[in-house]
Design a protein around this ligand. Structure first.
Ligand SMILES: [Zn+2]
Length: 168
């Protein structure tokens, strides 16, 4: 009984935006009645970019099932008129995934992460039992691994850099 009531509420609250720039249709964005999330129409002004000030209209959504979608993005010039009209149920444009990760890039990022972890573990073993002096308070101690914290003053540094040139 409660479940049916909940579904009805979601359907009633489906919303769409129709966005026009100078009376020309930019897009109709929406969230499906089977999904839930936030629909945004943002007018942004970013000052002092390398190419000067940038004014942009971005229509996008964040949804539970469909993820983050972009419906439209357009540069806005001085004098442009942007209209955002809230609409009830109906059809809307297909959004494009806002974040796209190239599969080849994903593989190489994973490879880099694996190599970094391998280097980290290697350094942890290599610098275990190294005799060091804390760069800050000069307390002498034997390192447990590469990454550590001075037992006396709490300074965090790498045993592989006993001069303290690469704190983390
Ligand atoms: Zn110390």
């Amino acid at each position: 009984m409660h479940r049916r009531y909940f579904e009805t509420i979601i359907e009633r609250h489906e919303v769409r935006f129709k966005v026009l720039v100078n009376s020309q249709r930019l897009c109709i964005a929406g969230i499906s009645s089977t999904d839930q999330g936030v629909l945004n129409a943002d007018l942004s002004l970013v000052t002092k970019t390398p190419n000067g000030d940038k004014c942009e209209m971005l229509v996008h959504s964040s949804q539970m099932a469909a993820g983050c979608l972009t419906f439209a993005m357009k540069s806005i010039e001085v004098g442009d008129e942007v209209t955002i009209r809230a609409l009830s149920d109906g059809e809307f444009d297909t959004g494009q995934p806002t974040y796209y990760l190239d599969p080849d890039l994903a593989v190489s990022l994973e490879q880099v992460a694996r190599e970094q972890l391998s280097d980290f573990n290697e350094a942890e073993e290599k610098f275990a039992n190294a005799e060091r002096a804390c760069p800050r308070c000069a307390t002498k101690f034997v390192s447990i691994g590469n990454h550590g914290q001075c037992p006396s003053c709490g300074f965090i540094f790498l045993a592989s850099h006993p001069e303290g040139d690469q704190p983390w």
